[in-house]
Design a protein around this ligand. Sequence first.
Ligand code: MRU
Length: 380
Amino acid sequence: MADQYAYSGDDKRPTEIPAIRWEEPPEGPVLVLLDQTRLPAEEVELVCTDAPALVEAIRSLAVRGAPLLGIAGAYGVALAAVRGFDVDEAAAALASARPTAVNLALGVRRAQSAHEAALAKGGDVRQAASAALAAARQLHREDAEASARMAEHGLALLDELLPGGGHRILTHCNTGSLVSGGEGTAFAVGLAAHRAGRLRRLWVDETRPLLQGARLTAYEAARSGLAYTLLTDNAAGSLFAAGEVDAVLIGADRITADGSVANKVGSYPLAVLARYHHVPFIVVAPVTTVDPDTPDGASIEVEQRPGHEVTEVVAPQVPVAGAQEAGGGIPVAPLGTQAYNPAFDVTPPELVTAIVTEEGVVSPVTAEALAEVCARSRRV
Ligand code: MRU
C-alpha cells in the first residue's frame, strides 16, 4: 500500500534530496520515496508499507535509476520481512519489476540472502528481518561511498583527458542524488568538477519521452548552482558540430562482461556522435552495475515501455483534437498511432572511452580490464 504526503524537510540542502529513507513510525516500518514523477513541480513523498506498492513505484518511475533501484529492492525485501509478508514472493516481484538495471535484482538478492542466512543459522523471523534490513542499510551506505569515489576518479580522468579545465560536459538522463545513496554517478563527476571550479557548462539532454533530463537533472543542477543549459535530445548533433562539447558523461543500467553499456535510450547516438567528433565518451557506474553473467550487449533485456509515453507528453502542450489520452499526459499524436518506446539502448565497448567505477577507471574498455577492476570490490 502506498500513501502520499508533502515533504517537510530542509529544502535548502543543495543536493542531498532524500530519494529514499526507511522510517519506523508507531504504525510500523515504512519505506519513504521522493516521488520522482512529480518533480520538479512538487516534492511529494510516497510512503510504501508493502512490496506491491514499491513494485508499482518502480514501474511508474517514482523511484528509478540503477543504483537507487538496487537500494529500493533491498529495502523492499526488508519491508516484506519486517511486516511479516512472504519474503520470497516479495523478492520475486521486486526483482522483476523492471528488467534492464541489474542493480535491482542484485539489491533484492542481497537482502534476501541475508534473510535466508539468518534463518539458516537458527534465527527467528524477527532476527531474519533485522538481517535483511541491515543488508539494505549496508548497501545504501556502500552506494554513497561508491558515489564519492567515482566522483574522485571521474574528475581525475577529466583533468587528464582535458588539461586546462573549463569542461563543457554533455549528460543524458538523470544520474545525481535522485538515483543514489550519495551524489550519484555521472552527475557526481560533473558536481565535483563544478566544486573544483573546472566545470564551464553542463549540457543537459531533455531525455524524451519521460524527460528525466529536463525534470530531474535540471532540477538537481539548479539546486547545486551549476552552470547548465537544457537542450532537446536531437539538438546534440549541432552542439557537437559547433565544438561545444568537451566530454560526454553518462551512467549505466547494466554493463556486460564485454563492456557493452545499457543506458537510457539516446545514449548510443551520443556515443556515435562523440566518436565522430573525437570527444571522450565516459560511463560512470558502480561495480554493482557490472553484470559478469551477461556476456554482451545483444544479451541484455531492454525494457519496452508503453506507447502512450511517446504519443503523449508529460509537459503541458496544445492537445491534438480527437486523440486519445491513455496515460494522463497530453496527447500529441493522432489517435491509434503506434510507438516504438525502448527505455534503454546499448553502446558497444569500442565506442566507450572509459568506464569509471569506485574501484578505478577501465580504459580502454576490455573484458579483462573490466573484470580486473570489479575483482577489487567486495561482491555479494
Ligand atoms: O528509466 P530510468 O529513469 O530508470 O533510467 C535511468 C538511467 O538510464 C540512468 O542513466 C541509469 O540508471 C544510470 S543512473 C546512475
